[in-house]
Structures are given as structure tokens and as C-alpha cells.
Design a protein around this ligand. Structure first.
Ligand code: GLV
Ligand code: GLV
Length: 325
């Protein structure tokens, strides 16, 4: 009999079309909406499935795995991050975990550059001035930002996205690159002369800090009051990783106290951040609604890779992109 795959969301158009053409190989069931599935509907939908295609908005835990049943072979998340998944539980159940690295690296690095430029050139304040109608047009001495030439770039997490971000930003004229990672990446660091630094060195010497690391026990809340106190008052922080890497209360206080110049966040806790949240309203904080990988090309590629992973999993083949648990 054919395996059953449950998909928690409507996919981007090309990937959705492919999903709908899988009928001769698998039974595909879907929460056919672009909105989040509720926890209860999810639990009600997964009994007896062989494969699950899910998103970072769904918590994959013991309860869910038990509810699905022992025939479940593969969880295929449409994301590179898998902090929403209890990996120990997945491993204990003998389930494979697929994810979508590589295909979203360029789009996410592009978004990091977008936020870095918005922050350094104070785009949020400028846009507000235009909207208010109170601007005076060209101004010689107000609304001035800073530029990257001659500055030091700090990259937190030197994986695929951190490296692609560095490759994009170095041509802007940074003369020094520091990175933190659990180990030195000599080969990928060489083209940029990037130096493996301690977190403290990176904080105190970088003009622009980009967070490109996964969320885990080591990185949760690593940008806290102590970290902000070490940043340059002119420093800029960009986060396109996970909101919980930053302690948002500490960030707010640090912005108010002038411990850094600007924070630009594509990711927050919660998502979305309420529109009256002090970080959303803050002149020194730019917030985007988690659009790091949000391009037509990348989202279709992510959907396709997630389908590939799910199909491979239900047919006992090696996954194209598997998290080593
Ligand atoms: C998005 O945040 C992802 O992990 O792919
Ligand atoms: C994930 O963090 C990646 O670098 O792809």
C-alpha cells in the first residue's frame, strides 16, 4: 500500500503543483491553507502517517510523535533551522529528519545585507520622515548614517549563511572580519582573512555584527545585557537567525542607553511581534517579519527539497538533506 504524507501548509506554487502530482506514489494529505494549522488539527491529522512535511511554526515533540504512531519514518521541515523539533525524541523514535540547507543560503544572506544597509543608513528614520511629510529634502547634516569602508565586520556563526553573508559584505570595504563559531573554519575563512575570535573580542571590536548561527542551548540569549555592554556605541546588530539568540528586554534597554546604534531584526520572539511592541516603535530598531528566505526561487526550492526528503524517507532511501541526529 502507498505511504501517506501529511503536509501542514499549502506550498509555494511550483512545489504545490509537484505535490499534487505525487498521487501515483504516495497518498498526500494537506492542511490546504497558507495559515498556521492549529495544534489540535495537527494532532488529529497525523495518526497513521508515514511522513510529515512541516514548518518552523509547528512544534515537533514527544506527544506529536506518539500521536502519529510507530510507522512514522520521516519528518521533513521546510527550513534550515530545526530548533522547533525535539531532535532527541525524533532520534529515539528512529525517525529521520530532513531539512533545507543550501537552497536558502543566498536569499538569507541577501536579507542580512538588506538589514545591515537599512541599519547603517538609518532607512527606518528616513522612511518615517517621508511618510510624515515633515522632511526638508536633501539635508547636509541630519539623518547621517555610517558606512562600511574601513570597518570591522563580526559574524556570529560561520556556517553556510555566515560565510555567504561575509562574501557579500566584504566588497563594501570592510578591512577586517572576525567570526565566532564552535570551531575555527580555516578554509572558508581564508578568502576573507577572517579571524576566529572570542565572542568578547567580536563584540568589542566589530562595527557591524551579523547573527548567522543556529538557535541552541549555547546560543540562546547570548546577546544579553553583558554582551550589549561590550559593543561599540556606534555598533550595529543584525539578526536573521532566530529571535531567541537575542534577549529582547536587554536589547531594548541597551538601545535606550545608547550601548549600540541600531538593531535590525528579521526574527523575533514572538513572531509576529505585536505592532505596538517597543522594539517595533523604536527609532533605533528595524523589524522585518521573518522574510530571510522569502523569494519565489528559494521558497519553491525549499518546498521541493522538503518533498524530496519526505519521499526518500517514506521509501527508505537516503534523504537529500538529512540532519545527523
Ligand atoms: C527559516 O528561518 C529557516 O530556518 O529556514
Ligand atoms: C545554517 O545556519 C546555514 O548556515 O545554512
Amino acid at each position: 500500500s502507498k505511504p501517506t504524507i501529511f503536509v501542514t501548509r499549502r506550498l509555494p506554487s511550483e512545489a504545490q503543483q509537484r505535490l499534487e502530482s505525487l498521487g501515483d506514489r504516495a497518498i498526500v494529505k494537506q492542511h490546504n491553507s497558507i495559515e498556521n494549522i492549529s495544534r489540535q488539527d495537527l494532532l488529529d491529522s497525523i495518526k497513521g502517517i508515514d511522513g510529515l512535511i512541516c514548518l518552523l511554526s509547528e512544534k515537533i515533540d514527544q506527544e506529536l510523535l506518539r500521536t502519529a504512531g510507530p510507522q512514522l519514518k520521516v519528518i521533513s521541515t521546510i527550513s534550515v533551522g530545526y530548533d522547533h523539533i525535539d531532535t532527541a525524541a525524533v532520534k529515539a523514535h528512529g525517525i529521520k529528519l530532513g531539512y533545507t540547507p543550501d537552497v536558502l543560503t543566498d536569499a538569507t544572506a541577501d536579507t542580512t545585507v538588506l538589514l545591515a544597509l537599512m541599519a547603517s543608513r538609518r532607512a527606518k528614520e528616513s522612511l518615517e520622515i517621508v511618510k510624515s511629510g515633515k522632511g526638508s529634502g536633501f539635508s547636509l547634516s541630519t539623518g547621517l548614517g555610517t558606512q562600511f569602508s574601513g570597518k570591522t565586520l563580526g559574524i556570529v556563526g560561520f556556517g553556510r549563511i555566515g560565510c555567504a553573508t561575509t562574501a557579500r559584505l566584504v566588497p563594501f570595504g570592510f578591512t577586517r572580519v572576525l567570526y565566532t563559531a564552535s570551531r575555527a573554519h580555516e578554509k572558508r575563512a581564508r578568502p576573507f582573512n577572517a579571524e576566529h575570535a572570542s565572542f568578547e573580542t567580536l563584540l568589542s571590536q566589530s562595527d557591524l555584527i551579523c547573527i548567522c548561527c543556529p538557535l541552541n542551548k549555547q546560543t540562546q540569549g547570548m546577546f544579553d545585557a553583558r554582551a550589549f555592554a561590550m559593543m561599540k556605541p556606534t555598533g550595529i546588530l543584525v539578526n536573521t537567525a532566530r529571535g531567541a539568540v537575542v534577549n529582547q528586554e536587554d536589547l531594548l534597554e541597551a538601545l535606550d542607553r545608547g550601548l549600540l546604534a541600531h538593531a535590525a531584526l528579521d526574527v523575533t520572539v514572538p513572531e509576529p511581534l505585536p505592532c505596538d511592541h517597543p522594539l517595533v516603535l523604536h527609532a533605533k530598531c528595524t523589524v522585518l517579519p521573518h522574510i530571510g528566505s522569502a523569494t519565489e526561487e528559494t521558497r519553491n526550492a525549499m518546498g521541493n527539497l522538503a518533498i524530496d526528503n519526505a519521499l526518500a524517507g517514506v521509501f527508505d532511501q537516503p534523504l537529500k538533506a538529512e540532519v545527523q541526529l
